[in-house]
Design a protein around this ligand. Structure first.
Ligand code: OSB
Ligand code: MG
Length: 368
């Protein structure tokens, strides 16, 4: 697999509504898209890093630098038989999992296209549709939150995740739980609490939650293990799980009982497969997280969520929950609370070049 050229596009896509978490507000999704050309085909990868280093240390700009100046030169200098060789070839680059994952995803797309097979099948997926959850950001007030949740429940979403932070937790939870006593519900704190809040976090046990996601700092596995001993609700880790090895450490320590898998954060689809094997061995349930991806990243997420170990509803919502117009077509639709896994070869979505150019704010070309 020889990469003949690469094109990088920095796109800015307006969100249908602002997305507010404990670490900030996003009104526009800024994504770096990578197109690799090989043998007359184009493979696409979407980098999930954001504008600023708030969710993770990486940003779209650090990813552009690492991809153009280090990852692509390393890959073009080596004989790369396929996407599973990528982690080894990129191993000299320390960190930067999201940048590496972007290039790897584009090579998986090329490989699956060359095989004439959908990405989901290549990865070992066993489902043709996956249950959709929805992640609801912090709202201006509780009435607005309850109305939003009601809309999503009416749309058919199978699980609702509420973003929480100190000062926006027990009140909103009580209101949503009172209105929807049987709704599968979870919370995501994006690292907004500390171990000193353990007694407060124990109050969450009253609301029959599926899980509490990432309550403590991204680098605090021991803290999560301590907290897990005092909570009845299972802990799920997101930000903390940055590699298969870190997933192993978290499980060894008892820092979580559930893992939110994001291919970007974990360093690529090969790493996802390794985490999947580990979780299967230990009976740990997985689900696919989201980073407000365009249809390119969403297609990858739908494919990996079709693997047998992904047993909980995902943060894979319909396209119209994020964007009025997406770069990739057709849009993902909610059908009985499920998202269909693409069945065309490769990612199984088409990149609309007119829209790509309309949303692009900067572009770079690369040749070996
Ligand atoms: O913590 O899961 C998160 C979006 C951006 C960054 C971090 C997170 C999220 C979400 C949205 O919760 C999930 C989605 O794409 O629907
Ligand atoms: Mg999260």
């Amino acid at each position: 697999m020889r990469i003949e050229r690469a094109a990088l596009y920095l796109v800015e896509m307006p969100l249908v509504s602002p997305f507010v978490t404990s670490f900030g507000e996003e009104r526009v999704r800024r994504a770096l898209l990578v197109a690799l050309t090989s043998d007359g085909r184009t493979g696409w990868g979407e980098c999930v890093a954001s504008l600023g280093p708030w969710y993770s240390a990486e940003t779209s700009e650090t990813a552009r630098h690492v991809i153009l100046d280090f990852a692509l030169p390393l890959l073009s200098g080596k004989a790369v038989a396929g996407p599973t060789d990528v982690p080894q070839v990129l191993a000299p680059i320390r960190g930067h999992p999201m940048a590496k994952a972007t290039v790897e995803a584009a090579l998986w797309d090329l490989h699956a296209q060359a095989e004439g097979t959908p990405l989901a099948t290549i990865l070992g997926g066993t489902r043709d549709r996956v249950p959709a959850g929805v992640s609801v950001g912090i709202q201006p007030d509780i009435a607005t939150l309850v109305a939003r949740v009601a809309t999503h429940v009416a749309e058919g979403y199978r699980r609702v995740k509420l973003k929480v932070k100190p000062g926006w937790d027990l009140g909103p939870l009580a209101a949503v739980r009172e209105r929807f006593p049987d709704l599968p519900l979870s919370v995501d704190a994006n690292a907004a609490y500390t171990l000193a809040d353990a007694a407060h976090l124990r109050e969450f046990d009253r609301f029959d939650l599926l899980m509490v996601e990432q309550p403590l700092a991204y680098d605090d596995l021991v803290g999560h293990a301590r907290l897990a001993q005092t909570l009845a609700t299972p802990l799920c880790l997101d930000e903390s799980i940055t590699s298969p090895h870190r997933a192993w450490e978290a499980l060894e320590l008892g820092a979580c009982r559930i893992i939110n898998v994001k291919q970007g954060r974990i360093g690529g689809l090969s790493a996802v497969l390794a985490v999947h094997d580990l979780a299967q061995e230990r009976g740990v349930p997985l689900w696919c997280g989201g980073m407000l991806e365009t249809g390119i990243g969403r297609a990858v997420n739908a494919a990996l969520a079709s693997l047998p170990g992904f047993t909980l509803p995902h943060d894979i919502s319909a396209t119209d929950r994020y964007y009025r117009q997406d770069i990739a077509t057709p849009p993902f639709r909610l059908e009985e609370g499920f998202i269909r896994v693409p069945t065309q070869p490769g990612l199984g979505v088409e990149v609309d070049l007119e829209r790509l150019h309309r949303f692009t704010v900067r572009a770079w070309a690369w040749r070996p």
